[in-house]
Design a binder for this molecule. Sequence first.
Ligand SMILES: Cc1cc2nc3c(=O)[nH]c(=O)nc-3n(C[C@H](O)[C@H](O)[C@H](O)COP(=O)(O)OP(=O)(O)OC[C@H]3O[C@@H](n4cnc5c(N)ncnc54)[C@H](O)[C@@H]3O)c2cc1C
Length: 398
Amino acid sequence: MAYDLIMIGGGLGGAALARVMAQAGAKVLVIERAEEFTDRNRGEWLAPWGVADAKKLGIYEALMAGGAHELPFFTVYGVGADPIRMPLQQLSQSGELSLGFYHPDVQTSLLTAAEDAGAEVLRGTAVRGLERGGEGVTVSYQNGSVKSVDGRFVVGADGRDSVARSWAGIDVVRGPQGRLGAGVILESVDVDPESGHIWRDFSRGCRALFFPQGPDHGRAYLTYPPDELPRLNGHEDWGAFSDESTKMGVPDTAYGSATVRGSLTTLDMTERWVDEPYQGHVAMIGDAAGATDPTHGQGMSITFRDVVALSDALKSHDDWDEAGHAYSESHNRDFRSLKTYLDWADELQYAIGPEADARRDHAGQLWREDPARNPMMILNGPFKVPTELDRQRYFGEV
Ligand SMILES: Cc1cc2nc3c(=O)[nH]c(=O)nc-3n(C[C@H](O)[C@H](O)[C@H](O)COP(=O)(O)OP(=O)(O)OC[C@H]3O[C@@H](n4cnc5c(N)ncnc54)[C@H](O)[C@@H]3O)c2cc1C
């Protein structure tokens, strides 16, 4: 067998797993379609539990080398209400703060770290298919001509629109139509650079967010139901983006002098996931295994959790088919727990109307009296499997 592990995709998931497994002595090949990583609307706020897992994986230094910026606070605004500036180190179980970064720079840094650990990396090379046979898997890829290579175990780390899933015979499940997310990098912004920011317009189910990547620049987002606003794309829609941000509560001073860097684009954020991320020596990780609504900022953290689960399983089992099944069990427990909690958060936070407002106020009041009612998995990760009693306590029904 030419390789122990072949990674389809060298984004944060594929690169992190390649580094960890190469360090453990495995012969690893990463095949990455992009010659260079370029700007796209992708994860740039890493939650405290993702930072904790990055440290566990030994990739924290690579994130920092890619320009990650510490964000000790998260500030939540409701239209007309006083902002709440949350100190993350005190509030999160891990005692970590969050990070903000420019995704392409961190991808580059992590893939370089994988190479430094001994993984081979093919850039500008697209995987075209895979075929199982005997004990291993043959992966074909386009690099000038079509070539193929054998691996003992293959990992689909090719993102939310993964095609590796279908090559592996793993069905994808799509959630109901989700929100749209418009994002753009802004320079000369005037907001607290030590905090992530979310402005919530409960009356329309819309949110504005800003994640600093330095003292005065970062990514601004608008998230909204598809019937609220059209897709905003290109420089010509910056005026509409800025106006809508103001309507959602962003103060005029914040983006008043801002200039746009790169392109403004809108993405359909509908969730998608697989029921079984492992089948016959092929495992899916990261967004290819499950992409939650990016509004919650959990994608990179669950990706790193997948890397922890799969690398632990591969390192502790001689039989990698058994390792694949152990990973699947661990991924499903964590992904389903997190998704259950995010579904509750959506149900509570995005419902519109006086009844929904009253329900939110009631639950919020009870959380202040007894913080354990809200497991805050956005900061803490899926540390427990939610029960029906947990649900009732979260919504303030008991
Ligand atoms: C708008 C938006 C905002 C987000 N914000 C956040 C946030 O604030 N915080 C957070 O934690 N998460 C966020 N996320 C989610 C986060 O970006 C993802 O969870 C994370 O990037 C997943 O990493 P990945 O490695 O699984 O996939 P990706 O980053 O998508 O990487 C997949 C890689 O595979 C390569 N590839 C694809 N097909 C092939 C092929 N056939 N052959 C070879 N290579 C291939 C691609 O080029 C790419 O490099 C956001 C997502 C979106 C869409």
